[in-house]
Ligand binder design. Structure first.
Ligand code: F0G
Length: 459
């Protein structure tokens, strides 16, 4: 037996029961949750594809690390391990631990941001955008054109559009650019990878205008997988070497460890410049914790150090990407419109194409997320006009560029039969398409409204 069959490269040692519910129960629960899946409780959910963040199953080594965790306030052994691992991976000397990615974003963007500043990215993730806007600065997305065409096959749809990047630098003035940010993989743009060539071009652009280049690296191992498979010159490099090369192009990195560090909580900011690191460290100590633990327990730091190694295991990464692709390919064959090619951590459904009769202002993505839940107990996340839509000064509705629903796949958690079940639920939804209604918002908070907004059905 030698066949190139990709299987889950692990055995299951501990199980967590899933409560199986009926469609009637779910309809009632969803109505009580104001048609926002974020407001459901987890035991009301059968397959939770809301996020791949903090939902990984840890390995035996990581659990062993949890026991070894050193909980000393200052200079813990677990901190030393985490710091050394991140320094080796990123090449940056100054490492600031934080309780998750957005805390690192807050530290950095509250320093680099402020009124009059702009940040330019392939696509800002929602917490990135919120932290930048909260500082008074502006966040500008410059994805490549292909990223806006879900069905178009291209190897690196996560890339930043270099021409638009330069236009924006010139338009706003280099002195007003807080940083260029590459999000790898590009989460809000479909989990699509960024090529090394694109990252190198951003480095050159940053040098040309004297700008900082920051990597949002939370899925950098998955991005490295795509580079090795798709970009010339990387076939003989290891995934870790590819990630190291990309980090070394940047001036700093933010990482939510809840993704590719395979842990349930944690993050960090890694920087090249001492001055900036010292400024961020002051805020770190005021808002997160002392500089050798940030918001983390020693055991969390131990698990991060181990997870950052495990994630680059070729068998893990092949299984990881293959299992996401498996779901995407099945849906595509069935006629479900998805972003192609399938990204790393999630399958993105084009809800505008799935429900062409629901206009963006009635949130087709929210409608699909609600249908998935009612029909199959599957929880997914809308990434469309609920998340990014807004009204301009004249009260005109500005929709998001795309109306997507994300099926984010937790790492090492679900088996192939869970995924087959998910695909079957879509088969059922395909037949019911015409009857499905849109939604209107009945309550929304001023920032990150998708988490807590309430909805009602449009008649
Ligand atoms: N950057 C990216 C690209 C992300 O995907 C996330 C989180 C963050 C930053 C913030 O990290 O959650 O640790 O504070 N993404 C999660 C998601 C929430 O579901 O995609 P965090």
């Amino acid at each position: 037996m030698h066949a190139k069959v990709t299987i889950e490269p692990f055995r299951i040692k501990t199980v967590e029961p899933i409560r199986l519910s009926s469609e009637e129960e779910r309809k009632d629960w969803l109505q009580k949750a104001h048609y926002n899946p974020f407001l459901l409780t987890s035991d009301q959910v059968i397959i939770d594809l809301l996020t791949d963040s903090g939902t990984s199953a840890m390995s035996t080594e990581q659990w062993a690390g949890i026991m070894r965790g050193d909980e000393s306030y200052a200079g813990a052994r677990s901190w030393q391990r985490m710091e050394a691992e991140i320094q080796d991976l990123t090449g940056f000397p100054y490492i600031l631990p934080t309780h998750q990615g957005r805390a690192a974003e807050h530290l950095l963007y509250s320093k680099l941001g402020g009124s009059g500043k702009v940040f330019i990215s392939n696509t800002h993730f929602d917490t990135t955008r919120a932290n930048i806007e909260f500082s008074g600065a502006q966040a500008i997305d410059c994805p490549v054109e292909a990223a806006l065409h879900p069905e178009e096959e291209a190897p690196f749809k996560g890339n930043i559009d270099l021409e638009k990047l330069e236009e924006n630098i010139l338009q706003h003035g280099a002195e007003n650019v807080g940083a260029i940010i590459l999000t790898v993989t590009n989460n809000s743009g479909g989990g699509q990878p960024v090529s090394m060539q694109n990252a190198r071009a951003v480095r050159n652009m940053a040098d040309k205008y004297g700008l900082r280049f920051i990597l949002d690296a939370c899925r950098i191992a998955e991005n490295a997988y795509f580079i090795k498979q798709r970009e010339a010159g990387y076939q003989d490099k290891s995934y870790r070497e590819i990630a190291q090369e990309m980090f070394r192009l940047a001036d700093g990195a933010i990482m939510s460890a809840k993704k590719d560090a395979l842990v349930n909580m944690g993050g960090f900011l890694a920087l090249k410049e001492l001055d900036l690191a010292l400024q961020c460290r002051t805020t770190l100590i005021i808002t997160e914790g002392y500089s050798t633990y940030g918001g983390l327990s020693g055991r969390d730091m131990e698990a991060i150090a181990i997870g950052l190694r495990e994630v680059f295991d070729p068998h893990y990464l092949e299984y990881r990407i293959r299992s996401t692709t498996y779901v995407g390919e099945k849906l595509h064959e069935m006629g479900v419109p998805i972003i192609r090619p399938v990204g790393g951590h999630a399958v993105y459904i084009d809800a505008k194409a799935f429900y062409p009769h629901i206009p963006p202002e009635e949130f087709p993505g929210q409608a699909l997320a609600c249908q998935l839940y009612e029909a199959g107990g599957i929880r997914a996340c809308e990434i469309g006009s609920v998340m990014f839509g807004h009204y301009d000064e004249n009260g005109r509705f500005i929709p998001a560029k795309m109306e997507l629903v994300r099926l984010a796949i937790p790492r090492r958690v679900y088996t192939q039969s869970h995924m087959d079940y998910t695909v079957e639920v879509f088969r059922y939804l395909l037949d019911q398409r015409e009857q499905v209604q849109g939604f209107r918002i009945t309550y929304e908070p001023p920032f990150l409204r998708h988490f807590t907004a309430r909805f009602e059905k449009v008649n």
